[in-house]
Structures are given as structure tokens and as C-alpha cells.
Write a protein that binds this ligand. Structure first.
Ligand code: GRG
Length: 310
């Protein structure tokens, strides 16, 4: 797979266009790139100490959160990315875990929802992010889980899907967040699996790729958002996996590596990650299996939870 070549080149081209447009989300980009490397059994292509040192330079010791880049304000998204990358390298020991857990849990609102940062935007993405971060840190007890679950359930629609807020349109990305958060908290009984499974498998377009909601174009990233949700509700067999795998592989740049949103478009790290992650969920040969709820390789997740129980 040419993805590896693409990723290694991207790491060297620090002043390239791709690198500049990702300036404000660099930590999120690091999670996409490094997880892809790990899925391809190549995490040792990077210098772990150098990565960890850079991750920690995005940390704000006063708040306990991480910014998207050095000197950027903290936000729950980058805090999750930092925790996920540290999990990949088995280096959570560099964190003041209580402080980080206090930062994300402090963003829970009275109604159980979560804000992304001090500016207060509320979205079910942030519910997932905080719940996933706290679970990886073994600190879920720091939030009111029942209220968090009730809020997510209040964002469920008549079509079985979930939106960004109560009454918000069902969208595959938000569905991943809500199903993931419900899976992590052991609350999947709130989901009508057949109804949601039907809505999700209807996302497969003629050409085999998946879209994020009705009447929209297929995009490689939905291979992750839709498939992971279908796996969590045990309905992944409702998708034609061969057609989807062919669609993803057709989005590769066969000369320079990497994966794009649709065939013949320019590749980027976001679609490269979600393409490889989608292939992983379909047990593609040579790609490590992934955990659909934590969005990390399964061996990494097992290491975190099995070690805790020792
Ligand atoms: C750890 C994997 C992981 C995620 C962290 C940030 C986050 C939690 C989840 C984001 C979920 C989400 C909303 C994904 C959708 C992203 C996307 C492609 C949005 C595009 O929306 P539109 O309306 O595109 O521009 P469509 O495809 O609907 O035309």
C-alpha cells in the first residue's frame, strides 16, 4: 500500500501546503498519521521521544488541556488526540492524569451535555470526546455518566440516527459519536439496532462508497463513521464490503501514495487515515484490527484495559 510512502514524505515536508493548512489542527493530524502508521505495523518509522516531546509542548499545565499546536488554546478534541497518541506509544505515564481528567470533565454542563472549551460550543462530538478520553484514562467516574447518556439519548431522531444537538439532523459522523459514547458507557440498549442499522446501510451508494446522509456524495471518511457504528450495533453484514473496499482502494494515488475522498481527487492525511481505518474494520489483510468505539488499534485498547484489571 502506497499510504506509508505518503505518510513518511508528509512528515519530512514541514513547510508544504498540506502542512500549512493543518497548522491549527496539527495534534489531530498527528493522531491520524500515527494511527495509520501503527495500523500498517510501521509506528517505529518515527522517533517516539521526539513525538512525545512535541505532544507535551501543546499541553497547558494551568488548564490541563491540549491545544491543536504549540501556543494554541486548549480544546477537548486535541486533548483526546494527545491521549490517543500517548496510548499508541504506551506513554500515558508522561501525563498528570488527574489534571487532564479534571479539564475534560469540568466541561460537562448541567443538562449532561459537554462544551468543547471555555467558549461553550455544545455538540454530541464533545460528549464522545470527553467520554472516550476519560475511559482511556480510567477516570469516567469524574462525570455524571447517567446525565451524559440521557443527553445523548435526547439527540436521537425518529429515523434512529443522532444529530449534533436535540432535533439536529441525523449525520453519520454524529451517529459514530453518539453510538461510540453509548458503547463505552454500556448504554447501547437505548438504540433501536434495526432502525439505525437500516439508516446506516442505506448510506452505501451505487459505486460502493458510503455517504454521511441521504442525497449526499460518497466520501472515504464515511467508511469509518458508518462501518464503526454498524459494528457497534452488530449490523455490519448489511453492507457490501467488497464494493466498499474497492471504492476505498480506487481512491488511492497509486504513484505517490495516500487516499482521497473520492476517486481521482487529491489525497490528504484525513482521508488516508479513515480509508485505512475502514479497511481495518473490514479485516483487510496486512492492516491491524481497530476498536470501533475508541478509534485505536485493538492491541492498544486491550493493553490499556487488560493491564488495568491485572
Ligand atoms: C477519534 C475518530 C475520532 C473522532 C473524534 C471529531 C470527532 C470525534 C468526530 C467528528 C464526527 C463528524 C461530525 C464527522 C463528519 C465530518 C464531515 C466529513 C463533515 C462534513 O459534513 P458536510 O455536511 O458533508 O460538509 P456531507 O458529506 O454531509 O456533504
Amino acid at each position: 500500500m502506497g499510504c506509508l510512502r505518503f505518510l513518511l514524505l508528509l512528515m519530512q515536508k514541514k513547510d508544504s501546503f498540506e502542512s500549512l493548512v493543518m497548522e491549527h489542527i496539527r495534534l489531530n493530524g498527528a493522531y491520524w498519521g500515527l494511527t495509520t502508521l501503527d495500523l500498517l505495523h510501521k509506528l517505529d518509522a518515527v522517533d517516539a521521544d521526539e513525538v512525545i516531546q512535541w505532544i507535551m509542548s501543546c499541553y497547558h499545565p494551568e488548564s490541563g488541556g491540549f491545544g491543536g499546536n504549540v501556543g494554541h488554546d486548549p480544546h477537548v478534541l486535541y486533548t483526546l488526540s494527545a491521549v490517543q497518541v500517548l496510548c499508541l506509544f504506551d506513554r500515558l505515564d508522561v501525563l498528570d492524569v488527574d489534571k487532564v481528567a479534571d479539564y475534560v470533565s469540568g466541561l460537562q454542563n448541567e443538562d449532561g451535555s459537554f462544551s468543547g472549551d471555555i467558549w461553550g460550543e455544545v455538540d454530541t462530538r464533545f460528549s464522545y470526546i470527553v467520554i472516550c478520553t476519560l475511559a482511556l484514562l480510567h477516570h469516567l467516574h469524574k462525570i455524571n455518566v447517567q446525565k451524559a447518556v440521557d443527553y445523548i439519548v435526547s439527540c436521537k431522531n425518529l429515523d434512529g440516527g443522532f444529530g449534533a444537538m436535540p432535533g439536529g439532523e441525523s449525520h453519520a459522523g454524529q451517529i459514530f459519536c453518539c453510538v461510540g459514547a453509548l458503547a463505552i458507557t454500556g448504554s447501547l440498549h437505548h438504540i433501536d439496532r434495526d432502525l439505525l442499522g437500516w439508516w446506516l446501510c442505506e448510506r452505501q451508494c451505487k459505486e460502493g462508497g458510503l455517504n454521511g446522509r441521504p442525497e449526499k456524495l460518497a466520501d472515504v471518511c464515511y467508511s469509518w463513521w458508518v462501518l464503526s457504528s454498524l459494528i457497534m450495533i452488530d449490523r455490519v453484514h448489511w453492507i457490501d464490503k467488497d464494493k466498499l473496499a474497492k471504492f476505498i482502494l480506487n481512491c488511492q494515488d497509486k504513484e505517490n501514495g495516500g487516499i482521497s475522498d473520492r476517486p481521482d481527487n487529491a489525497v490528504d492525511i484525513y482521508h488516508t487515515y479513515f480509508g485505512v481505518a475502514g479497511l481495518s474494520l473490514m479485516e483487510y489483510p496486512g492492516v491491524k484490527p481497530m476498536d470501533p468505539a475508541y478509534a485505536l488499534p485493538l492491541d492498544v485498547v486491550n493493553r490499556i484495559f487488560l493491564r488495568k484489571r491485572d
